[in-house]
Design a binder for this molecule. Sequence first.
Ligand code: OOG
Ligand code: NI
Length: 481
Amino acid sequence: MDNASASINSAFTNNDDFISSDDIRHEFALAMSAMYQQEVPLYGDLLDLVDEVNTEVLAKQPDIKEQLEYTGELARLSMERHGAIRLGTADELSTMRRLFAVMGMYPVGYYDLAPAGVPVHSTAFRAIDAEALSNSPFRVFTSLLRLDLITDEVLKQQAKAALSKRKIFTDQAIALIDKFESQGGLNLADTKQFIIEALETFRWHEQAPISKGLYQQLADQHALIADVVGFKGPHINHLTPRTLDIDAVQQGMQARGIPPKAIIEGPPKRDCPILLRQTSFKALEEAVSFKNEQGSYEQGQHTARFGEIEQRGVALTSKGRALYDKLLNKARHQLGATPNQNNASDYYEILAKSFAAFPDDYQTMHDEGLAYFYYQAVEQSINVDAKTRLAKAEITQLINQGAIRIEPIVYEDFLPVSAAGIFQSNLKNAEQNDEPGYKGNSNKQEFEQALGAQVYDELALYEAMQAQSLKQCLTAIERCA
Ligand code: OOG
Ligand code: NI
């Protein structure tokens, strides 16, 4: 916290000005990371490993470094992080939306995890335009528990009663959210206080407000239900730095005594990375004390908190995404089981074969409309007729002539099959089990009602980023032509 306040202090001199939401988000992410490293020291070890691997990649692969420079990502590489929380009620979710809005984070995308056997539906709160993303890419995968999927009616009522008693936001946090909304911003003093107050919601609590018996009953339904209902608040359950070589980190974890999950989720290793690859270290078994009816505490254990790594690639269009889903499903179907430590090498082999059908160079991905790109005018080679600008074939021609350079737009979102794999590997006894999917329909409308807003369509956001860069690029060309 001290560091965070210090850097806000030095950056802003006028105490009455509003602090930008990007700065609030950035400082909050730093504060959250410091708190989590203290709470889960193994996460600090993971950060060291990721840093080492990234440094090595940049030293050995100048082309990667150059690309990160072109897209402005080099500077944000080490601050690239996401986290995740799980909420219990509609009220919690809608207040969380207001809290994240203070930091310029808006709900993007809808993820239904129920078909994969995880009783939640989710969104990701994140910055939505290119500049804000590059100022601070921090985002939070936020899930809402689907209590309606608990089949035991008595237990469902007990869970609801426990959730209705908890208050996950401090009074000051709520007051500052109100102030932000009515004033349109927060000044320096309020921002500092806001970060302190907001952080409280994400803190770990060793004392559980429910009895060990109820916890066990909830856990018997699903470990995730116990993780939400059994605690005072939505403790941050992982943070995730970005790596340039996830395979190296996966191997490095083993060597450093950080127990990795069995498989890397997402697409296989490629020359031109697409979407998102993720892996994590297994959640820690932690001591908690449960409050019994007499008000005294009883020792127990809980498993929820872990560390994750992500490697992001280019965002795919709906056509590219359909191809990704098809190839992933094909590989999983062929494997015939959920990927786990016993079939990991078979799985990677099948996956790589299946993805041979996905073009692995940016130019082809661009020309086939599989992925989103930034267009950048190449200064030295301006000698084109600007009138040709709307035809796609002509843009391709300009790219071929070297007048326009394309750079991948990074995928900023999540993948439901991968997310389910991350959830499952970090719940007790999981990853060996094939969780049966819940049959309840996905319900985006219900989620949005609880949220109190509609979620942004992620594809529309990428589309807009691409269109905007094309416009700027063509204007630049026109100016010089
Ligand atoms: C969220 C798991 C999903 C990801 O990176 O896909 C996730 C959770 O465990 O609460 O964070
Ligand atoms: Ni994650």
